[in-house]
Design a protein. Structure first.
Length: 158
């Protein structure tokens, strides 16, 4: 058994994935809301006005499978067809370990919504991205594994 300060990789699980606090095997991503993580099976997320005048949406992630929860690069993109409408990027960050679920959570990833022309989406234009299908792409990378997830989501205005 490795010590906490042992730099060697975690032991390989029988299915080829590493045993990690997030689980083993290929990492699977689920979308949710809140902290603590709550599943969001209908994939509908609430938009909110920011203090600086823009609009954002918070999405929580749950990962089950091989991922190092102490060092994760997170990339989330919200697409309207080929038009980028929101993004969230965080490098070398940590995920919360949920031992009961054998999963790791990344709560409330904030995506600032964009106008499609490299600017922030003003609140009076939020109808452009609400109440219709959009595509959310998640890419996670860590020393113990990586994961990608793509889902159709809907945003709702308050």
């Amino acid at each position: 058994m490795a010590c906490d300060d042992d730099p060697s990789p975690p032991p390989a699980a029988p299915d080829g994935g590493a045993d990690t606090p997030c689980g083993r095997g290929p990492a699977q991503v689920s979308l949710g809301v809140g902290q603590p993580y709550q599943p969001n099976p209908d994939q509908v997320f609430q938009t909110e006005r920011g203090l600086q005048g823009g609009v954002h949406v918070d999405v929580s992630l749950r990962v089950q499978g091989s991922l190092d929860p102490d060092s994760v690069d997170v990339q989330i993109r919200l697409w309207d067809g080929d038009t980028l409408r929101g993004r969230h990027d965080t490098a070398d960050w940590f995920f919360f370990i949920d031992e009961a679920a054998v999963a790791c959570d990344y709560p409330k990833a904030r995506l600032v919504l964009e106008d499609g022309a490299d600017g922030a989406l003003p609140p009076d234009r939020v109808a452009e991205v609400t109440d219709r299908p959009l595509t959310l792409e998640v890419r996670l990378s860590s020393p113990a594994g990586q994961a990608e997830h793509r889902a159709q989501v809907t945003l709702r205005a308050p």
